[in-house]
Design a binder for this molecule. Structure first.
Ligand code: GDP
Ligand code: MG
Length: 462
């Protein structure tokens, strides 16, 4: 009996156990092994109690039977039989999930591979292998490689520490749109459900609320909620439309959910057209395919062919989790950033600078009410925690294109910039949990939009 505690990686673990036991000419049904997924603290305590070592390690095995012979003959170990199913109790394995994740990132491979590897390693110990013995060490390495291969967990080409450069890491912001009840919340749950890192960045406004964050060792998708786009009343041009809908600025792509159970109607088509016209990368997601016939789905897919600019069309069932992998792959292709914006429980200065600039920009655009037609940029010139550890000083330049915009941003007697600062500070204090001293300046940089260097500096490099 293979008992795993912790559901997440059960399939991988069971697969690796079966292969490993079969490699030893035995039947996995004849053995009993307990595999526990634990965290840093738990494994530290275990190490301390059992080995008197105060350390976090990746895997610990507690062997029950020494000098095991293969194929395993359960009748030879009568005192070690689990009476429930007559299986032989090999022992227990503890895998530290925190450590596994850390190592997966470090080596640049999937968490699944790392868990598989640790399972294999731990189990080989239970079977009597000892990598501290020269000959065994080689044997262990070889058989591990074979098992990982059979489990489809072998190293990929890029699966190498040195090759996983910082730029290989991809990240980006993805907006989710669609009519009410199309399944947006369900999709987020399915996508990030078990992998939600933090959802603690929730500015007071509904704009750009983070719905969830999907993390893989090599990429990170931040799903955000945005208000709908509005069709400009007059011909203001693409840029104006994007600026008017600043929440969509800086997103890498937009998922537009279509409810297959309902009509793919004029409203949906209009929405998709608006996003495409604004040069937003759109993936059309046809949801609830579990509820309708293939013909119905096919009909919608055919209609979507009219939108040549769509990046991809993916039919899914958000509720049943069907076809989610291909959707992730399509999104991954469109991610353009290389920064890990959100780390578990922790905001680094680097991503906080980015978050701070986004917040200030958002407040400014909202309060300025489009009086500064070509938008603005925000440059964080200082982000510093005071030594006391409870106050953060943030200085930022609000950059506009024309000298004439400066007084508008400043407002009468500085009232506008004061307002921007007040609102931004409130959000920043909410996020950081610290007191924030925010100082804003207004700078004019003529033609900054055309100057790609400046643009890059400000984080707009498309
Ligand atoms: P939202 O308003 O776009 O956020 O939609 P919800 O995620 O709240 O979903 C609306 C309803 O549709 C809920 O009752 C969901 O359970 C259901 N739903 C969402 N996705 C699917 C799906 O793929 N299949 C089925 N059968 N129901 C779904
Ligand atoms: Mg919802």
């Amino acid at each position: 009996m293979i008992k795993t505690y912790g559901d997440e990686y059960r399939d991988i673990i069971e697969k690796v156990v079966k292969i490993t036991i079969e490699k030893h000419q035995s039947n996995y049904k004849d053995i009993d092994v307990e595999i526990n997924l634990v965290d840093n603290e738990e494994i530290r305590i275990l190490n301390k109690r059992t080995r008197n070592i105060d350390k976090v390690t990746d895997v610990l095995s507690f062997q029950n039977i020494q000098n095991l012979r293969f194929p395993i003959d359960t009748s030879k170990y009568l005192t070690e039989i689990n009476p429930q199913d007559n299986s032989l109790m090999l022992g227990e394995i503890f895998i530290c999930l925190d450590k596994a994740l850390e190592q997966a990132i470090e080596y640049g491979h999937s968490i699944e591979r790392e868990i598989g590897f640790l399972t294999c390693h731990g189990l080989l110990h239970l079977l009597g292998y000892d990598h501290n013995l020269g000959a065994d060490s080689e044997k262990m390495e070889k058989i591990t490689e074979e098992i990982m291969k059979e489990a489809n967990l072998e190293r990929e080409k890029s699966d190498n520490k040195s090759q996983m450069a910082a730029t290989d890491f991809k990240s980006g912001f993805v907006a989710i749109m669609g009519k009410p009840n199309a399944g947006k919340s369900t999709l987020i749950n399915t996508l990030v459900g078990e992998k939600v890192a933090i959802v603690s960045w929730k500015p007071q406004t509904t704009r750009n609320k983070i719905l969830g964050i999907y993390n893989e060792p090599s990429y990170q998708i931040i799903f955000i909620d945005t208000p709908g786009l509005h069709k400009p009343k007059n011909s203001l041009g693409k840029y104006m439309m994007r600026a008017a809908n600043s929440a969509l600025d800086g997103i890498d792509c937009l998922l537009y959910l279509i409810d297959a159970e309902k009509q793919f109607d004029q409203k949906d088509k209009e929405n998709i057209a608006i996003y495409l016209d604004a040069d937003i990368k759109v993936i059309a997601v046809v949801n609830k395919v579990d509820r309708v016939t293939k013909e119905k789905v096919f009909g919608i897919l055919t209609e979507l062919k009219n939108f040549a600019k769509l990046q991809a069309v993916v039919p899914i069932s958000a509720l049943r989790g069907r076809n989610i992998e291909p959707l992730k792959e399509e999104i991954k292709k469109l991610l353009t950033d290389h920064i890990k914006y959100y780390d578990k429980d922790q905001y680094t200065d680097k991503n906080m600078r980015f978050i701070a600039s986004e917040i200030i920009r958002e407040k400014a655009l909202r309060l300025l009410n489009m009086e500064v037609p070509y938008g603005i940029g925000v440059d964080i010139t200082k982000y510093q925690m005071r030594e006391s550890g409870d106050i953060i000083d943030i200085d930022a330049d609000i950059i506009c294109e024309k000298a004439a915009h400066k007084p508008i941003i400043l407002g009468k007697g500085g009232s506008m910039i004061k307002n921007i600062g007040t609102y931004a500070r409130q959000d920043l204090e909410n996020i950081t949990g610290s007191k924030v001293f925010l100082t804003l300046f207004v700078k004019v940089r003529t033609e900054w939009r055309e100057n790609s260097l400046v643009l890059k500096e400000l984080g707009y490099d498309n």
